[in-house]
Design a protein around this ligand. Structure first.
Ligand SMILES: N[C@@H](CCC(=O)N[C@@H](CS)C(=O)NCC(=O)O)C(=O)O
Length: 222
């Protein structure tokens, strides 16, 4: 039995969605973020030393890192589903977006979230809070916002070439990219192609079923 170590409002929602697309049975073990720090609870460190989600267990295997999990599940149980054929141009696009999602798209989005939330932290002394807020907002505006805008423009252009990131069919690359697209969407406006793309994903039966298994998820946008 596959067990998903699932943290609320997190990247592990993608793993539940993939499992539903592949029609696999699995168990969800839920973990709740600390309300103040938003960090995962220490119990997750017993599953994997970094204590981050997602992690899955499958028999005697423990697998962390979303991209590895997606590749493992598609490779082991996919029977050719959700992955373009080897040697095709679509397969190269698949590999690119599979790695790009966590390697390039997520870092500026996470950095923006951290810098925007830092002034609200109780760890920040009240007397430097107004100054810190101004400095951090300046960093977001001058560095991160233009970086994020360039990434979002790249996604919009890619979806001008084909309905999905790796061609005409949904693949694991879309499952990986759904999280940065959702994260960018709640903090800014997406272009028409991305808006239609993510709405289409949210309408899928497997996506809805994954939401009902994972519990409340705050990245759906308005
Ligand atoms: N690149 C990793 C990132 C893992 C990660 O940072 N997960 C977040 C959830 S979105 C987490 O566990 N945060 C809680 C914490 O750091 O304590 C992956 O895709 O699996």
């Amino acid at each position: 039995m596959i067990i998903v170590h699932h943290l609320n409002n997190s990247r592990s929602q993608r793993v539940l969605w993939l499992l539903e697309e592949l029609d696999l049975s699995y168990e969800v073990k839920r973990y709740e973020r600390d309300r103040l720090t938003m960090l995962a609870p220490p119990e997750l460190k017993a599953v994997h030393p970094l204590g981050k989600s997602p992690v899955i267990s499958d028999g005697d295997k423990t697998i962390a890192e979303t991209g590895t999990i997606v590749e493992y599940l598609i490779g082991t149980y996919g029977k050719g589903k959700l992955i373009p054929a080897e040697g095709t141009p679509e397969r190269l696009r698949y590999n690119y977006w599979m790695h790009y999602a966590e390697g390039s798209a997520m870092p500026p989005l996470v950095m923006k979230l951290v810098l925007s939330e830092a002034p609200k932290s109780p760890a920040m002394p009240w007397f430097i809070r107004p100054v810190a807020k101004q400095i951090l907002a300046g960093m977001v505006k001058s560095y991160l916002d233009p970086q994020i805008a360039a990434h979002v423009a790249l996604w919009e252009a890619e979806l001008g070439k084909s309905p999905y990131f790796a061609g005409t069919e949904l693949t694991g690359a879309d499952i990986m990219m759904s999280f940065p697209v959702e994260a960018a969407g709640i903090r800014g406006r997406l272009g028409p192609k991305l808006t239609a793309y993510i709405a289409g994903i949210h309408r899928r039966a497997a996506y809805k079923q994954a939401l009902s298994r994972g519990g409340p998820y705050g990245l759906l946008g308005g």
